[in-house]
Design a protein around this ligand. Structure first.
Ligand SMILES: NC(=O)c1ccc[n+]([C@@H]2O[C@H](COP(=O)([O-])OP(=O)(O)OC[C@H]3O[C@@H](n4cnc5c(N)ncnc54)[C@H](OP(=O)(O)O)[C@@H]3O)[C@@H](O)[C@H]2O)c1
Length: 234
């Protein structure tokens, strides 16, 4: 399968492209300037040991046109523009929006769009064209690039179409990443807000690549019957 990574010449785009190739799929790295995407597409096989044929490059809309699934890894201040740019190239496809609204000038703050979140903005722009799924917003690029390591953290998935979310969960599983469907596109504001929180943790506690892991609270915890706890008559 061919997957595009639109706005793919930054850290997160490189990480997503590597994970796509690690699953045996072709990553078409997109850029406004194809020479930039070409440069990255040529460096990633040497860096990762992955087959060079799995990395292609193209202008953003062209990359989206030639792919079955389209990832968007744009900075928030370019998100609306870039999603509008690929609108005519994603008919009937799944668009995986990786963008977090982190302010590039101050990464512990967010540039929230009026729609509520980056994913909801993409849903508005691509309504009737593509099915938008939000994913990979809380995982550091370095964790994606280290594709041989077991899923370092869990991926939270949001979107309004269950079948599209299941397709993305299956693709991420091929990429050695564990993911959970955590709700509709409306939930995405919560998920996207966690990214700046993780960056804050990084700064405040000098944590290297903090991430999220879904864990069951100890199932051995003692059960307290609510009729004992909330019986106010005795
Ligand atoms: N980096 C991480 O560890 C990480 C982790 C979680 C989430 N994220 C999210 O992932 C997204 C990408 O992060 P990143 O660090 O890879 O971003 P980035 O390096 O700032 O940008 C990625 C690419 O977007 C393109 N771009 C920049 N301004 C543009 C504009 N005005 N119009 C069109 N394209 C433009 C550039 O490609 P060209 O110049 O080649 O066109 C750039 O190389 C962000 O939303 C970020 O919050 C990142």
């Amino acid at each position: 399968m061919k997957c595009a990574v639109v706005g793919g010449t930054g850290w997160q785009g490189a990480g997503v492209a590597v994970r796509i190739a690690s699953a045996g799929h072709t990553a078409i790295i997109g850029s406004r300037i194809p020479a930039r995407a070409e440069s990255l597409a040529k460096k990633l096989p040497n860096l990762t040991g992955l087959d060079s044929e799995l990395f292609q490059f193209s202008e953003n809309a062209e990359a989206a046109k030639n792919a079955e699934i389209v990832f968007v890894t744009a900075p928030m201040n370019a998100h609306e523009q870039i999603v509008e740019h690929i609108r005519g190239s994603v008919k009937g496809k799944i668009v995986v929006d990786v963008t977090a609204p982190v302010d590039p000038e101050n990464q512990i703050e967010n540039l929230w769009p009026v729609e509520g979140s980056a994913t909801q903005q993409a849903q508005r722009i691509l309504e009737g064209e593509a099915s938008v799924v939000g994913a990979l917003k809380n995982i550091a690029a370095l964790a994606l690039l280290n594709y041989k390591k077991e899923s370092p953290c869990d991926i939270l998935i949001v979107g309004d179409d269950l079948a599209s979310k299941h397709t993305v969960i299956g693709l991420l599983d091929e990429m050695n990443l564990t993911s959970y469907d955590v709700g509709s596109g409306e939930v995405c504001r919560t998920i996207e807000g966690l990214t700046s929180m993780l960056i804050y943790l990084n700064y405040a506690y000098h944590l290297r690549q903090p991430g999220l892991k879904v864990q069951e609270i100890d199932p051995g915890l003692d059960f307290i019957p609510d009729e004992d706890l909330f019986n106010y008559d005795s």
